[in-house]
Ligand binder design. Structure first.
Ligand code: AMP
Length: 394
């Protein structure tokens, strides 16, 4: 059966069309600048790529355009071939612990969490509504970034702040990248043929989070109330002392919104190195001797290593550590730096296995106390699997 995986942003719509259960990608693409004067789309299929400029006033027009292109390009014979559409939804609060079939009533419940993810959830919902309009008889499934983390216990998800902040305002750790961490956990458990693994999953891309998982259930994760918490990232600071905000407001005159924006967009690798948020640029600058780039790389690796060590303790000893996303899958330099910083856990890198990009591979020696695997993530596939499961239940 054919399933569409969709990720809708406020002015964009990313899609992957998959043949399931074969897990084969048929086509993918991106609709950009929807609602703006210079909107366009790109569709990749059969090794070809088309790019067209096209006025698209809203997401419904983009979805209609997508459907007509899929037929016109002979990627599908008719729209009836698409049996399900899976949508990435960023925030389901503590209410949605797994993926769900979407209808108007469920969407109203999801919209309650818009206040917790104002940049993402309303846009995600807009995308769902566009598909519901264009394909009213097709199963629409919501797959939440937060859902996998709902197994955390309150010792992990509560902040040590006045309890009313949680009771009245829902302030707690939610965690993100859940679909990616779930995919990594599922893949490694299947590969090692063991459902009771203790896994430390490290999603290290432009955003980054580390998750401790025991037998398929999240014990703790590094992102928090928002994706700003945890490890240092491309442009985000990760954990810092929150009093810095009050101090910086008093010395610069900036307000909380401006300062939070600095923490989200001007910090992390970019902030420390002054070079770029892209780890390739920072690596290149470090190699050519740029001292702030060297410092940024060192801090980045250290924050990740510290979380791994903490989660190893929390899990009572991890069985396996997985590295994924842009940096984890591609950067042998950063993988080496991280593994060297967790040598005290008995982790031993095999340098001869580390010189590659973007593949599933074990990178540690046979003597390593904890094996480390690089596992390419595939959130689109995870969304397609969940959607297929609901279609099969119909
Ligand atoms: P993601 O958010 O998962 O797309 O990851 C984006 C990050 O991965 C960026 O910082 C990229 O610089 C990084 N990345 C991608 N390819 C490489 C590579 N070959 N070496 C180092 N970093 C890479």
């Amino acid at each position: 059966m054919k399933i569409l995986s969709v990720n809708a942003g406020s002015s964009s719509l990313k899609f992957t069309l998959m043949e399931m259960p074969e897990e084969k990608e048929i086509a993918s693409g991106l609709f950009e600048k929807i609602g703006l004067s210079d909107s366009s789309y790109t569709i990749k299929y059969n090794g070809e790529k088309i790019k067209k400029d096209c006025p698209m006033e809203d997401h419904t027009v983009a979805v209609e355009k997508l459907m007509s292109e899929l037929v016109d390009l002979n990627i599908i014979a008719s729209l009836d071939e698409i049996e399900g559409v899976g949508h990435r939804l960023v925030h389901g609060g503590q209410e949605f612990s797994e993926s769900v079939v979407l209808n108007d009533e469920v969407l109203d419940r999801v919209a309650k969490y818009n206040i917790l993810a104002p940049l993402h959830n309303p846009a995600n919902i807009m995308g769902v509504k566009a598909f519901m309009k264009v394909m009213p008889n097709v199963v629409q499934v919501g797959v939440f970034d937060t859902a996998f983390h709902t197994t955390m216990s309150e010792t992990e998800y509560l902040y040590p702040v006045p309890y009313e902040w949680y009771e009245l305002y829902k302030v707690r750790k939610y965690g993100f990248h859940g679909t990616s961490h779930r995919f990594i956990d599922m893949t490694i458990r299947k590969y090692l043929n063991n459902d009771n693994l203790k896994v430390i999953s490290c999603h290290i891309g432009n955003g980054g989070s580390i998750t401790a998982i025991d037998s398929g259930k999240v014990v703790d994760t590094s992102m928090g109330f928002t994706p700003l918490a945890g490890i240092m990232m491309g442009t985000r600071s990760g954990d810092i002392d929150s009093s810095i905000l009050e101090y910086m407001a008093s010395v610069t005159g900036k307000n909380i919104v401006e300062l939070t924006n600095d923490l989200n967009k001007k910090s992390g690798l970019l902030g420390v190195s002054g070079v770029s948020s892209d780890s390739r640029d920072v690596e290149a600058a470090a190699e050519s001797g740029n001292e702030r780039a060297i410092l940024a790389q060192e801090m980045y690796a250290r924050k990740i290593a510290n979380y791994i060590a903490m989660y190893n303790n929390l899990l009572g000893g991890a069985d396996v550590i997985c590295l994924t996303a842009g940096v984890g899958e591609n950067s042998k330099t950063m993988r080496k730096m991280i593994l060297e910083k967790i040598a005290s856990l008995g982790v031993e890198l095999d340098e001869s296995k580390n010189d590659f990009r973007g593949e599933f591979r074990c990178i540690t020696t046979n003597n390593s106390k904890i094996p480390v695997y690089v596992v390419p993530t595939n959130e689109e596939l995870m969304i397609a699997i969940d959607t297929m499961n609901f279609v099969n239940q119909k």
